[in-house]
Design a protein around this ligand. Structure first.
Ligand code: ZN
Length: 175
């Protein structure tokens, strides 16, 4: 049975480490971690979660865009484990959009990200994938990839003026 994992928060040094490449995707440890992350991100109304957020310094994350309480307008997709992910190419264009983070509760920021990217990753079945992502899903990928390099969204805002609290965010953009 998958179990809910504790999400660590900003200030925990693990969030600032560079995560390690996953050597054996088929190992019980990695397969259980994927199951537990999938359950944890769903329960927390997240659209993505990276292994360092549950104190596991492995290069893997889940992208699980779907409308929920925290992101009512998110597109729906099958939750996907992306292992040893990287960006192959990106658009010149960047767009600013609102982000939050399960490891930084109560805060939202308007963050510039590439509008379109081409990515590669290993799936939980060990197969290699290449994919083009755009807009919100591309944003999730870039946010999660940053977690694997010890970067969080507050590092990416153009100005601290682009940070607001969750409560004011809900007031500005009522679901
Ligand atoms: Zn995050």
């Amino acid at each position: 049975m998958p179990e809910l994992l504790e999400v660590i928060e900003l200030g925990n040094p693990i969030l600032r480490q560079k995560a390690q490449l996953v050597q054996d995707v088929s190992s019980d440890r990695i397969q259980h971690l994927v199951d537990n992350l999938m359950m944890t991100v769903k329960e927390a109304n997240g659209v993505g979660i990276a292994a360092p957020q549950v104190a596991q310094s492995d290069r893997l994350f889940i992208v699980a865009s779907r409308p929920n309480l925290r992101y009512p307008h998110a597109p729906t997709m099958e939750p996907t484990a992306m292992i040893n992910p990287h960006m192959l190419a990106h658009s010149d264009e960047t767009v600013k959009g609102w982000e939050g983070c399960l490891s930084i509760p109560g805060l939202r920021g308007e963050v510039p990200r590439y509008q379109a990217i081409e990515v590669a990753y290993t799936g939980r079945d060990g197969k290699q994938h290449k994919q083009a992502l755009t807009d919100f899903v591309a944003r999730i990928f870039q946010h999660e990839l940053d977690h694997l390099d010890g970067i969080v969204f507050v590092d990416r805002v153009e100005s601290t003026q682009d940070l607001i609290t969750e409560r004011e965010y809900q007031r500005l953009f009522p679901g």
